[in-house]
Each structure stands twice: as structure tokens, then as C-alpha cells.
Design a protein around this ligand. Structure first.
Ligand code: SF4
Length: 336
């Protein structure tokens, strides 16, 4: 199917002011020249260690944070690709209905002083999309769609469990009939059994409503379970994107290989050689030269220290930024 989102050379640099300890002003390259696309009806999983820029990237796509540079093409309801970064605030407001965010923490993202009815209905009221009896009916429909009873509309968030609260958050995100949802660590705060329920709910809703997801998580197991394709970030840069199976079986970037080898593997007989990364994660305020991964990469050569690897296609739907991608045979994840 067609792309709903196509992100090109997206950058977000935060300025660090000259201060007491910092003699010169500088930048933190939180998102550094990122490229990827998401097709309609697809889940694109975004994975990487905490602080790698995945949350900032998600926010930049929504323009909840203004990107510094780059293009974010989004397909509108008429099928035309529009650059969200070129829209003025009025046009953007119209697009915002189409693009929603589900947060990590269902405990802090819901206003404790609002009833479920008001929480779920608020986006509809704010966008002037419904009022009175129609509003109440739509809220009921949304709450039932996420598997909650519409008898509890007068209750406050504290009366619900973590999983139920995340369902309320999802109902709220669906209120404006969006086509694209950024799920930022949407199940990370939940117990494993509840996680599975919420992931299944997100899948069902995707099929039913034709949604596309950008699913951000540090948890490789969750990413593998939910994603059609996966992107791996390292220090603000996308280092690899591929179909989920390809990425887990035949990674092409040494950082992906290391990440997969660190995944806990329940069956000890099938244990793969674990790659222990030496050295610290690079500092995005003062990143290394060339490939940001070179100080920790066991395959690094001279060219890696000197030149930034280009983002290139190495197979169908498989992109990677590594000088040696064609030469290396890397180890995939071992199935548990
Ligand atoms: Fe390692 Fe070089 Fe590839 Fe970077 S470009 S991941 S340092 S081999």
C-alpha cells in the first residue's frame, strides 16, 4: 500500500547555552538527519536505548516539537502528500485531527479531576466536532470500542487500573477519527499480561479503523510482536530500517546486531554469543567523528572514523547506514 508518512532528512538540534561549565555554545543533535517511511495500515516500530532520540523524533513528526530542518510528508484525506513542516498553524490544526499521540504513562497523562466522559470527549469539543447528545453518544461508542463499559463515564481516572487507564487514553486518541497514531512507550508502564491485552487492542483497532502506527519502545520483544517494519536509532541517527523478520534474522548494522544479542533469551541451549558493547553511549552534544557507533563497533575501520556512512538501500525495504554493510555477515536474534 501507499505511504502515509515519509520523513526526509529530519533534524532537531537543541541549542546549549554558553554557561559556567560550557565555554562555548553548542548543539545537542537529538534527531540527526533521519529518513524513514510508514505505509498505510502499517506499524513501524522504533527502537533504541533511552536517550537515542526516539521520543524527540516522534514529537517532531507530530510537530509537538518544531523540527530544525527536514521534510515530513503526510498523506491527506484526498491522497495528496503534504509537508507538515511547511504548514501554518491553522492548516496544522486541521491535520492534528488525523495524527494523535498515545503516551507512556496512563497515570499522569489523564487529568485526575476530569471524568472519563470529559477526558474522552475533550478533543471533540476542542475541535468543534460534536456537542450535546451527539457528543455523549460518540464518547459511549469510543469507550466501548476500547473494551470498557459505558456505564462508568462519570468516574474519575483513579477508579481504574493501569490497563483501563491506557484504554481511556486510547479512546481519547481515537476521538477525532485519526488515521495515524504515535504510540510512545504505550505499554511500558504496564504489567506483562496487561501489555499483551493492550497490544492486541491496538492491533484490532488498526484492522478495524485502518490506522497506521509509529510505535516507539525500548523493548525489543514488544517491537518484534507489534511491528511490520522496524527502525533502529543510535544517538539521534537512524542506523537501520527493515521488515521485522529481516531485521531480527539478518541485521545489517553492527549496532542492531549488538542490540539483538543483548535481548534476554529464555532457552539457555539456544544462547547466541552475546556481544557486550564496550564504551559509553556517545554523547549527542559531542558525538564522535564519522559513524557515531565507531568507538563501540567491533568491525570499525579507518573509514568509519572519518566519514559519516550514507543512508542507502541494501535490499527490498531494507536501509542501513554502515560503510561495511555489504561485507559483514551479522548474527540475528535467536528464537526463544
Ligand atoms: Fe561499525 Fe563502521 Fe559500520 Fe559504523 S560504519 S557500524 S563503525 S562498521
Amino acid at each position: 500500500s501507499e505511504e502515509i508518512l515519509n520523513v526526509q532528512s529530519l533534524k532537531k538540534y537543541f541549542v546549549i547555552k554558553k554557561g559556567f561549565l560550557q565555554r562555548t555554545a553548542g548543539y545537542v543533535k537529538a534527531v540527526d538527519d533521519v529518513n524513514f517511511y510508514i505505509r498505510e495500515g502499517e506499524t513501524f516500530g522504533l527502537v533504541g536505548e533511552s536517550g537515542c532520540g526516539k521520543t524527540t523524533l516522534g514529537r517532531c513528526v507530530l510537530r509537538a516539537i518544531e523540527p530544525s530542518e527536514g521534510v515530513t510528508l503526510f498523506r491527506d484525506r484526498d491522497g495528496k502528500m503534504k509537508d507538515l513542516n511547511g504548514l501554518d498553524s491553522k492548516e496544522l490544526r486541521r491535520f492534528r485531527r488525523d495524527i494523535q499521540l498515545i503516551f507512556q504513562d496512563p497515570y499522569s497523562s489523564l487529568n485526575p479531576r476530569m471524568t472519563v466522559e470529559n477526558i474522552v470527549g475533550e478533543p471533540l469539543v476542542c475541535n468543534g466536532m460534536a456537542s450535546g447528545e451527539a457528543l455523549r453518544e460518540r464518547v459511549k461508542e469510543l469507550v466501548e470500542m476500547v473494551g470498557l463499559s459505558s456505564r462508568h463515564l462519570e468516574r474519575y481516572p483513579h477508579a481504574f487500573s493501569g490497563g483501563q487507564r491506557q484504554r481511556i487514553g486510547i479512546a481519547r486518541a481515537l476521538a477525532t477519527n485519526p488515521r495515524f497514531i504515535v504510540c510512545d512507550e504505550a505499554v511500558s508502564a504496564l504489567d506483562v499480561s496487561v501489555q499483551a491485552q493492550i497490544l492486541n487492542l491496538l492491533r484490532d483497532l488498526q484492522k478495524r479503523l485502518g490506522l497506521s502506527y509509529l510505535f516507539i519502545s525500548h523493548d525489543l520483544g514488544v517491537i518484534q510482536h507489534i511491528s511490520d517494519r522496524v527502525g533502529v536509532m543510535y544517538v539521534g541517527r537512524m542506523v537501520e530500517t527493515a521488515k521485522t523478520d529481516d531485521l531480527f534474522k539478518q541485521p545489517k548494522h553492527p549496532y542492531t546486531e549488538a542490540l539483538l544479542s543483548a535481548k534476554p533469551i529464555p532457552d539457555p541451549r539456544k544462547k547466541a554469543a552475546r556481544i557486550v558493547l564496550s564504551g559509553e553511549v556517545a554523547n549527542p552534544a559531542n558525538p564522535p567523528s564519522g559513524c557515531y557507533f565507531h568507538p563501540r563497533c567491533q568491525y570499525a575501520q579507518d573509514v568509519c572514523r572519518k566519514k559519516k556512512p550514507e543512508w542507502r538501500e541494501v535490499g527490498p525495504d531494507h536501509f542501513v547506514a554502515c560503510h561495511l554493510a555489504d561485507e559483514l555477515t551479522l548474527q540475528g536474534a535467536v528464537k526463544s
